[in-house]
Design a protein around this ligand. Structure first.
Ligand SMILES: Cc1ncc(COP(=O)(O)O)c(C=O)c1O
Length: 453
């Protein structure tokens, strides 16, 4: 007899069926199902709903979990890990959680549609700078969103409904970009294109290609830009290059859309990582900004983010912002009603407290500093070993990711021979490297590169 699912001391909630009544109910069931089957053919057969491919990154994570080799290395994950390859709860986040726990006025009521007001206003200051003219002149409106993804989506949805262009409205992304950009924009009916970004030769920025493509895009195109720590390449324009990008966007009357998912996480300096956005605002652009707190607060699962719309300086700027805000509120209401509170409360507690803010900046330097150390260590180990190829790009790139230049063949070899997991395009998450596995990884790369020469 199979073991009972109920503990011995407890009675099942219903008496066991005798075998004859079991038989009877089974035949009743098949009678009933044969009766209803022809009346309810699915509306979603394979032709209308084909099987979609698995998300490549989440598939990679599952393959890593299945691998039982103790030496396995996870370089796919886009989340910070400490020197023991463990998730890191920022000490400042623990302090903020303490503050929240002790607050006698805290409750679980709905937030307003636009989110926690002290969170959205602190988010504006964080991204634009506390003394930004756009804030002083009330040229900005902000809504709390489901992390950065929700912010990109809300912006794309708003543009799909309200942004009119003479020719077909198109969003341009860097080639390559965070793959979700394509899905988010095309899901709201905006067509997508790419501009060249990564040079395979230099493993740096293809600046000429980028500028040329933005120049030839139809007037009024949406140009999506990574504010810093470009994902997946780790390659950012210099300040001089940003100025030229801004000139071309202005000349062509394009609409810049910033995605900022790594402020402070990239260089350890919040103002430095927001430089490009602040420069565009200074130049008077109307723009959208999608801001994520997943990486810089380690609040991945709490989905804290913010969407900002900034209009250009003009006499009717305040009225524009008020109209846009009213429409954004309707879009938000129809999709999530109001955003989740916990992550935003943590971030807001830190952003609005001088001491906690300073502690957060120190935590950011810990994360970015460890990543920069790993970049230096990896480069010097590969150069010392004389691994074929050039490795200067490892330290020249910035942020969570590095586009190593490893080929798909080498990536597969690394996985098969050394249990190292990374995406097929050769991107590694620097956060997956640590003082315990860096030697092993550098040797594995050396072996894979030599074997495929
Ligand atoms: C460029 C970019 N944008 C947006 C996001 C959104 O992340 P989240 O929704 O977790 O905040 C990410 C995360 O990897 C990213 O790399």
């Amino acid at each position: 007899m199979p073991p009972s699912p109920f503990p011995k001391t407890l009675h099942p909630p219903f008496p066991p069926l005798s075998s004859s009544s079991q038989l009877h109910s089974q035949s009743r069931l098949s009678q009933v199902s044969s009766h209803i089957a022809p009346m309810a053919p699915t509306s979603f057969n394979a032709e209308t709903v084909p099987q979609a491919p698995e998300d490549a990154l989440f598939g990679l994570m599952a393959a890593f979990r299945r691998d039982t080799d103790p030496k396995k290395v996870d370089l796919g994950i886009g989340a910070y890990r400490d020197d023991n390859a463990k998730p890191w709860v920022l000490p400042v986040v623990k302090q903020a959680e303490d503050v929240l726990r002790k607050d006698p006025n805290l409750n679980h009521e709905y937030l307003p549609i636009a989110g926690l007001p002290e969170f959205t206003s602190a988010s504006q200051k964080l991204v634009l700078g506390a003394d930004s003219p756009a804030i002083k002149e009330k040229r900005i409106t902000s809504l709390q969103t489901i992390s950065g993804t929700g912010a990109v989506h809300l912006g794309a949805l708003f543009l799909s409904k309200f942004y009119k262009t003479k020719s077909e409205r198109t969003a341009y992304f860097s080639d390559p970009t965070w793959p979700n950009h394509f899905q988010i924009f095309s899901n709201v009916g905006i067509s997508t294109q790419t501009y060249p970004y990564f040079s395979k030769q230099t493993k740096g920025l293809d600046f000429e290609g980028m500028i040329g493509s933005i120049k030839s895009a139809a007037e009024g195109s949406i140009i999506v830009l990574h504010a810093c720590a470009h994902n997946p390449t780790g390659v950012d324009p210099t300040q001089e290059q940003w100025k030229e990008i801004a000139n071309v966007i202005k000349e062509k009357k394009h609409f810049p859309f910033f995605d900022t998912a790594y402020q402070g996480f990239a260089s350890g300096d919040l103002a430095n990582d927001a430089w490009a956005i602040r420069y565009f605002i200074e130049q008077g652009f109307e723009t959208c900004i999608a801001q994520s707190y997943a990486k810089n607060f380690g609040l991945y699962g709490e989905r804290a983010g913010c969407f900002h719309f900034v209009t250009s300086p003009s006499s009717d700027a305040e009225s524009t912002v008020s109209r846009v805000a009213s429409q954004l509120a309707i879009l938000q209401r129809s999709e999530i009603s109001n955003p989740p509170a916990y992550g935003a409360r943590i971030a807001s507690t830190v952003l609005n407290d001088k001491e906690l803010f300073a502690e957060w900046e120190a935590n950011l330097r810990t994360m970015s500093g460890r990543i920069i150390d790993m970049r230096k260590a990896l480069r010097s180990k590969l150069e010392e070993a004389g691994t074929p190829g050039k490795w200067n790009h490892i330290t020249e790139q910035i942020g969570m990711f590095s586009f190593t230049g490893l080929t798909e063949q080498q990536v597969l070899k690394l996985r098969e021979d050394s249990h190292v997991y990374m995406t097929k395009n050769g991107r590694i998450s620097m956060a997956g490297l640590n003082t315990h596995n860096i030697d092993y990884f550098a040797k594995a790369v050396d072996k894979a590169v030599r074997a495929t020469q």
